[in-house]
Design a protein around this ligand. Structure first.
Ligand SMILES: [Zn+2]
Ligand SMILES: [Zn+2]
Length: 416
């Protein structure tokens, strides 16, 4: 016997769970259409440099969470841990800047990170992301935030907390980093081990640390806003204005930096208590210097967001907010009448009616039980006597009303 289980931190989706996943994806697809986004599909694996350079060596993702392997020619490949670097690469590789001045792209698909698995966080997980490339306007930052909050609203998640911050640009980030170094320098030894390392490699990551002691130390750090350049300040002010104008409430969080190196100016996160404790369901920000990496240093402004689908799935299942699809007709037949089953089902399907058969003419009682389990709207019984008359019995499983109908006219007796 081959005793093989799925790899740690992965999921099998089937029946209800895969239907729920599809329900979420379809709803998202319909909403992003309203915002003018087109879908992009990039490979599940990329050359490793894309992520080490794009996301940044000092990040947790690159440092310890990537699934990296060699191809047969010895080149290093990595399963995509996030979507933005791939979209940036694809944008330049396909010269999309020549297509439209502003490209609005969304993706839905699996990402891979070797994290410690926990409820709602897996090593293979589904993510929805939106990327808008080509505009530096704060209006588009506001729109992408609204898009994401609208998606949550469509799923009945109304009680959200929007956090925003500005993290500066390549010109002004260094002066903030220095101010931060100075502010926590004399407490460096009290930081957790990881943060002591972060202090030298990537000090902004300290702001993300969950360690209580580290959180205490960063409580009174200098504000980004006081150190960023005029351009970044103006951009942030305008974003706040736009959100206010549209009636979207928000909180400015000085410690919000997001986990990746490429962010510039806007950083945002949406939290909800729908999963119990207040936690982030989505986040994003502006990345004006990422595309330049793939474009001979010529920057193209962009802003994006990412949302984990599995956490949304848990929230919706907790809320019973998912409508499961029902089978229209379940056929029950006797051994003597089974010959008619496929013919009848073909006709029903041609009329856009979903139907199924148990594929074993057991007792009628057990077939009824099965129809119930399948949550069928109707059960159609093929009795020998009725069949001789060109008829069958159709029972509405909800109203329990039963009637004899002509085999040629089953579909018009089915209420969709
Ligand atoms: Zn700046
Ligand atoms: Zn720490």
């Amino acid at each position: 016997m081959l005793n093989i289980k799925k790899p740690r931190g992965t999921n099998d989706f089937f029946y209800d769970s895969s239907k729920n996943l599809e329900f979420i994806e379809n709803k998202i697809k319909n909403i992003v259409k309203l915002y003018g986004y087109g879908r992009i599909r990039t490979p599940l694996f990329e050359y490793t440099e894309l992520f080490t350079r794009g996301i940044g060596e000092g990040t947790d993702i690159v440092g310890k969470e990537m699934f990296t392997f060699e191809d047969r020619g010895g080149r290093s490949l990595t399963l995509r841990p996030e979507g933005t670097a791939s979209v940036a690469r694809a944008y330049i590789e396909n010269s999309m800047q020549n297509e439209f001045a502003v490209n609005k792209l969304f993706y839905l698909g699996t990402m891979y990170r070797a994290e410690r698995p926990q409820k709602g966080r897996y090593r293979e997980f589904n993510q929805f992301g939106a990327e808008c490339i080509g505009s530096s306007s704060p209006l588009i930052d506001a729109e992408i935030i609204l898009l994401n909050i609208n998606i949550l609203k469509e799923f009945g998640i109304d009680n959200v907390n929007l956090l925003i911050n500005t993290v500066g640009c390549s010109k002004c980030k260094p002066s903030y980093n220095n101010a931060l170094k100075e502010a926590i320098g004399n407490k460096k030894d009290e930081l957790c081990e990881t943060c002591q390392r972060r202090y030298d490699i990537n000090i902004l990551r300290i702001l993300d640390c969950k360690n209580d002691r580290c959180r205490e130390i960063i409580k009174d750090i200098p504000k980004f806003y006081d150190y960023v350049c005029d351009e970044c300040k103006e951009h942030f002010d305008r974003l706040c204005e736009e959100l206010t104008r549209i009636g979207q409430s928000f909180t400015v969080s000085n410690t919000l930096v997001r986990g990746l190196d490429y962010y510039t100016k806007t950083a945002f996160e949406v939290q909800t208590d729908a999963l119990g404790a207040q936690s982030a369901v989505l986040g994003g920000g502006r990345y004006d210097n990422l595309i330049g990496l793939f474009n001979n240093g010529k920057d193209i402004p962009a802003v994006g967001s990412a949302m984990g689908i599995e956490r949304l799935l848990i929230i919706l299942e907790n809320q019973n907010n998912i409508i499961s699809e029902r089978l229209d007709v379940f056929i029950a037949a006797f051994k003597e009448t089974e010959n008619e089953v496929l013919k009848i089902m073909q006709k029903l399907r041609a009329n856009n009616i979903s139907c199924d058969y148990g594929f074993s003419a057991k007792s009628i009682k057990s077939q009824f039980k099965y129809a119930n389990k399948r949550n069928a709207k109707y059960i159609l019984v093929l009795g020998e006597d009725e069949l001789k008359k060109g008829m069958c019995r159709l029972k509405n499983m909800d109203s329990t009303e039963e009637k004899e109908v002509s085999l040629n006219d089953i579909h018009s007796n089915i209420e969709k």
